[in-house]
Design a protein around this ligand. Structure first.
Ligand code: NI
Length: 178
């Protein structure tokens, strides 16, 4: 196990489309997941995608409730939920509702910005044990899933922002909110 360095915006690994995993139960995937978990714990993050630790493969982990039904609106609340490990994930919107919320990312350290995304989604993928994950979720859970899968397709949240006036340093946000 090892804590990995996090790739930051500007590194090409964050801009590429990651490769699907052929065997989700392989020892290589298990080893990568252990490193990602240790790294996520170290940075006290909500989720992390494999390209963020310089591995362009379709693997993400994030904290999320295990059932479909619970809405979360805060980051801290969500971080207390179990860890989901998902390989080759895909998602689709359910309904037309879109909501704008603050996002941040360890690959864009010290910053935050508002991003509009579908509020309710279905996502599917495979666990490292080879089980299917198939969940309908909303709120912050749905947002984290979209943010992490975006990393697998070479998107960072600033590329999703409508209004760059909301792209700001965390410290300025703390000083000037409300
Ligand atoms: Ni991120």
């Amino acid at each position: 196990m090892a804590i990995r360095k996090i790739a930051r915006m500007g590194h090409p690994v964050l801009l590429q489309v990651s490769e699907p995993v052929a065997d989700p139960r392989s020892p290589e995937v298990a080893a990568l997941l252990r490193d990602m978990e240790e790294t996520l714990e170290d940075i006290e993050g909500l989720g992390i995608a494999a390209p963020q630790v310089y591995e362009p493969v379709r693997v993400v982990i994030f904290h999320a409730p295990l059932d479909d039904s619970v809405s979360f609106t805060s980051r801290d609340e969500l971080r207390r939920t179990p860890l989901t490990r998902i390989i080759n994930p895909e998602w689709e919107p359910i309904g037309d509702e879109q909501v704008e919320r603050w996002e941040s990312c360890f690959s864009v350290p010290g910053m935050r910005g508002r991003v509009r995304r579908p509020e309710t989604i279905r996502y599917v993928g495979v666990t490292p044990e080879g089980k299917i994950i198939d969940r309908r979720v909303d709120g912050y859970h749905a947002r984290v899933v979209q943010h992490e899968i975006d990393h697998l397709d070479g998107f960072l949240y600033p590329m999703r922002m409508d209004d760059m006036r909301t792209f700001m340093f965390e410290t300025e946000f703390e000083h000037h909110r409300d």
